[in-house]
Design a binder for this molecule. Structure first.
Ligand code: DUC
Ligand code: ZN
Length: 458
């Protein structure tokens, strides 16, 4: 079956051009003007933009957190992703301390295989460092896992500086990509104890106990450790200008540093935590927390200048009932926000249309850069001959209002409730098959496949 996308404008990391797109089976086989006299079917995309299927390199589906499990599993999470134009997610496999990385990998395959509507890969979380973990690493690469995550906070998962150093050195040797959650655990712990001593247990204490300096200190320390280990690193979910300054310093020293931020840090701010209605405030609890509004422009500027390479969501969803766990103590609120469904439309509407970033930059941030950083390029990340036919057809003339009741996530609220989009996704294709049309999912059965990923190309 040959399908011709006729009359559209193809967007890539380097710009936009009018071109037809020919798809055969799962692959793109032609790109140019006036293609395809011999096509079996024609999709009229006049007045539409064609984007490569987007990659969300930071999701948490079916994850146990704070004695509960995320609302979205791989089925509901990937349906939401696909509907929003995300055709690939990279989720975090998280073995508990004491379990092998291979056990974690098997567990994540059990959670995802045969249940996932978009394509998917896994990062591997390393939450302790010892000889047997080290010995497992080469085989993980052979199994398609080329990126790793480490935490500088959360006592059950964090690595100390010594272990971070050793792990980075080994991953550098093996050619792995490393993402790190940067917040100073001791500082947070001390501040939480102070708040508790004063009986200040509401969600308003959440941003106060995880301040910008706790993030910036950890970013600065990580980058010095990475310098010693001579290892490139990715700062995941960076939120603030102080942390960006640490990145700039490291880059000036000659270090390779990649940065990810998330839509919540670009579009929402900490004022929501001061709402006296517990549920209205608790729903926004995530780590790092939302910041002062003044931080947002700095992040947009860094996106514009190419100082931030990717925007992923850190999708980690809970229902309002789950968020209720912290009514008496804000530290018991399970942390995380849904977002996988709306990332592209939000960034198009509040980034490109508001002239904060270009369409090409958006394409780099959501597709091309994550594909390169996480070893999926050129199969994913651009619309080009030989690549997977993952295609988002965007109608810039449409519009809709984001509402929880319309969203596919299993969370029963939406942090972007009431946001109005400029444009709307008309269709989403996954490897040559139309999966979404007019906001409806067409396939009954999940079609996503596991992606064996290579090394960083960015
Ligand atoms: N932060 C969150 O808010 N949720 C999941 C993990 C994380 O680091
Ligand atoms: Zn995360």
């Amino acid at each position: 079956m040959r399908t011709l996308f006729k009359g559209g404008t193809v967007v890539s990391g380097s710009g936009m051009k009018r071109a037809d797109l020919l798809v055969e089976g799962e692959k793109i086989t032609g790109l140019g003007r006036n293609l395809g006299a011999e096509a079996d079917r024609i999709v009229d995309v006049e007045d539409c933009l064609l984007f490569p299927g987007f990659i969300d390199a930071h999701t948490h589906f079916d994850l146990d957190v704070c004695a509960t499990t995320t609302a979205d599993d791989f089925t509901s999470g990937s349906r939401a992703a696909l509907r929003g134009g995300t055709t690939t997610v990279i989720d975090f496999a998280c073995p508990d301390r004491g379990e092998s990385l291979h056990h974690g990998l098997e567990l994540w395959h059990e959670k995802a295989d045969g249940r996932t509507y978009c394509d998917y890969g896994f990062h591997m979380t390393i939450d302790e460092w010892n000889e047997s973990i080290r010995a497992e690493l080469p085989d993980l690469f052979a199994k398609g896992i080329s990126s790793f995550k480490m935490y500088m906070t959360y006592p059950a998962m964090m690595l100390g500086d010594r272990e971070l150093y050793w792990a980075l050195k080994e991953l550098r040797r093996l050619g792995g990509t490393v993402g790190v959650h940067c917040e100073n655990a001791g500082l947070i712990d001390g501040m939480v104890s102070e708040r508790k001593a004063f009986g200040e247990l509401s969600p308003a204490s959440h941003p106060a106990t995880r301040p910008v300096i706790a993030e910036a200190e950890a970013v600065g320390r990580l980058l010095r450790i990475a310098q010693a280990a001579e290892c490139p690193v990715t700062i995941v979910h960076l939120t603030c200008g102080e942390a960006l300054k640490e990145v700039e310093r490291a880059r000036r020293r000659g270090q390779k540093v990649y940065v990810e931020t998330c839509p919540q840090y670009l579009l929402l701010d900490e004022s929501v935590y001061f709402n006296p209605d517990y549920s209205a405030a608790a729903r926004y609890v995530c780590a790092p927390p939302l910041r002062e509004k003044a931080e947002q422009e700095g992040l947009w500027k860094a996106l514009r200048k190419g100082e931030i390479q990717t925007v992923s969501t850190d999708h980690c969803s809970f229902t309002l009932a789950q968020k209720d766990a912290g009514r008496e103590d804000f530290t018991r609120i399970p942390g995380g926000l849904p977002g996988v469904e709306h990332r592209f439309e939000l960034l198009w509407s509040y980034g490109v249309v508001k002239k904060r970033i270009s369409a090409a930059a958006l394409c780099r941030l959501l597709a091309e850069n994550p594909a390169k950083l996480y070893g999926l390029f050129p199969r994913k990340g651009r619309l080009a001959v030989g690549g997977d036919a993952d295609i988002v057809v965007y109608d810039p003339g449409a519009s809709h209002v984001i509402r929880a009741e319309d969203s596919f996530s299993a969370a029963d609220y939406d942090p972007y409730e009431g946001f109005v989009t400029a444009g709307g996704i008309r269709e989403v294709w996954l490897r040559g098959s139309r999966q979404v049309e007019g906001g409806r999912l067409l396939e009954e059965a999940p079609r996503g496949s596991f992606l064996v990923r290579g090394k960083c190309q960015l």
